[in-house]
Design a protein around this ligand. Structure first.
Ligand code: IPE
Ligand code: IPE
Ligand code: MG
Length: 229
């Protein structure tokens, strides 16, 4: 693969953890835990491939509204575990951690861990790893619009984009969704206007670094026109 044909920013909708666990007659939390392990391996591979930005969808605004409390508590438990221990391994690999989404409804200690995860990132990191947690594009766009109205600034594509959580990140070039569903489920809707989409039936815990490479290869064969000819 030519470096020139690699995406600068990859977004991943990490779906299929629950079904992966169900196939193994295990609780859904077992799938979420396996998904976190898979995510770490993908991030390492992305770092090796010199992908400068990787954004992972870990919890949507709709997940927070519509999932049972027990499952959400288990997800918070996993965030606690990964943001207090495993994050250090990712720092060593060169990850600068960023979190997008509304942290305010999350348990206070989880909010603190996520903030520390961002603050303690190595300033000379090689790539930006963004976690979308209680993230939803519609809420993000509405929030940006509200702040523009308050400021009295004219509404333009640029001014609106500057109020999004992703301000400072380049637009995603490639969005990968595992788990077989062919939808975006409120992930980076504005930012993905010209992203290449890659859908795979592989359930996220089975999405190995080699599967990730397959997505990069497919991306490298696509022709992006941005409305041109
Ligand atoms: C994605 O896996 C992870 C989260 C949404 C937290 P799911 O939990 O949606 O897994 P499936 O889609 O039910 O298999
Ligand atoms: C999308 O997966 C959200 C994350 C992966 C965090 P969902 O499982 O919530 O999506 P839907 O409900 O099938 O659209
Ligand atoms: Mg799902």
């Amino acid at each position: 693969m030519e470096a020139a044909n690699l995406p600068r920013h990859v977004g991943i909708i990490m779906d299929g953890n629950g079904r992966w666990a169900k196939l193994r007659h295990k609780p859904r939390s077992f799938g979420h835990s396996a998904g976190m392990d898979a995510m770490i391996e993908i991030v390492k591979r992305a770092g090796e491939r010199e992908i400068h930005y990787i954004t992972v969808y870990a919890l949507s605004t709709e997940n927070l509204k519509n999932r049972p409390k027990e499952e959400l508590d288990e997800l918070f438990g996993l965030l606690r575990k990964y943001f207090s221990h495993h994050v250090k391994e990712l720092y060593k690999r060169g990850a600068k951690v960023k979190v997008i989404g509304d942290k305010s409804p999350l348990p206070a200690d989880v909010q603190k861990l996520l903030e520390d995860g961002e603050k303690n990132s190595p300033p000379d990191g090689k790539f930006t790893l963004t976690f979308a947690i209680n993230y939803g594009s519609r809420a993000e766009i509405a929030r940006a619009a509200e702040s523009l109205i308050k400021s009295g600034e004219p509404v333009t594509e640029e001014s609106l984009a500057s109020g999004l959580y992703t301000y400072g990140l380049p637009e995603p070039d490639l969005i990968i969704r595992t788990g077989g569903e062919m939808r975006l489920s409120n992930f980076l809707l504005w930012q993905s206007a010209y992203a290449e989409l890659y859908f795979t039936p592989v359930l996220f815990p089975d999405f190995t670094p080699d599967e990730f490479d397959k997505a990069l290869e497919e991306y490298s064969r696509r022709t992006r026109r941005f409305g041109g000819i």
